[in-house]
Write a protein that binds this ligand. Sequence first.
Ligand code: PLP
Length: 261
Amino acid sequence: MSIPKALTVAGSDSGGGAGIQADIKTFQELGVFGMSAITAITVQNTLGVQGVYPLPAAAAAEQMDAVGTDLGVDAVKTGMLFSADIIEAVAGRIADFGWRNVVVDPVMVAKGGARLLQQDAVDALKNKLLPLAAVVTPNIPEAEVLAGMAIRSMEERCEAAYRIAAYGPAMVVIKGGHDESSDKAVDLTFDGESFSTLEGSRIDTRHTHGTGCTFSAAIAAELAKGNPVNEAVRTAREFIQAAIENSLGIGGGSGPTNHWA
Ligand code: PLP
């Protein structure tokens, strides 16, 4: 039996709502075999991140070697990479294996404020990893850092997408969840030629922990199945909308979304 296979290169969330755990659950729900290369362990629950223990860069690279040389990888998603060293090792392995279906979620800071990417690692993310990406999925604060500009309007969001595309990713998706000026959540996509928007209704809930992880993992799962990038992004948008609408409401803080929705 041939099953599509996806690899997540990301951090562990002990609370099970974000990171590696969200990615593997998403892969499974979308009918894709999930594998992982763990970059860091976070001590975390719905109340926030209480500790971050990064692994040596070699650990991420060797996990990628182990799965790449044996099981095979149809798509890769990167999440929390923490340091420039880890980013360089991960980008090197993606290039060496020639993996093309690469979704980069440029995770920087958790909702509670904990840093999941060191400040001096942003250059490596832009210059080493983005050139290898098929899709990059920043939220608005992440897009501001990558593009080096403030985003206060859709026009500025287009300009930021244009600047981020210059690093080389085939498709930029700037997620609109952080723009609270509208009752719609509008995601902007730019494929190097044209802009388009994907609209969903804004859901009034605090249970959005792991939303970005789940969205990018869903894109990777759809690419692993051989679907084109546009379609993968659209399917992932529907998946995350349902996951937020049916959030589980567990834990005392920002709870996980619902991957079975
Ligand atoms: N923890 C890990 C390990 C993650 O990879 C991510 C992803 O962005 C987060 C936490 C972020 O969680 P939140 O959605 O609560 O910001």
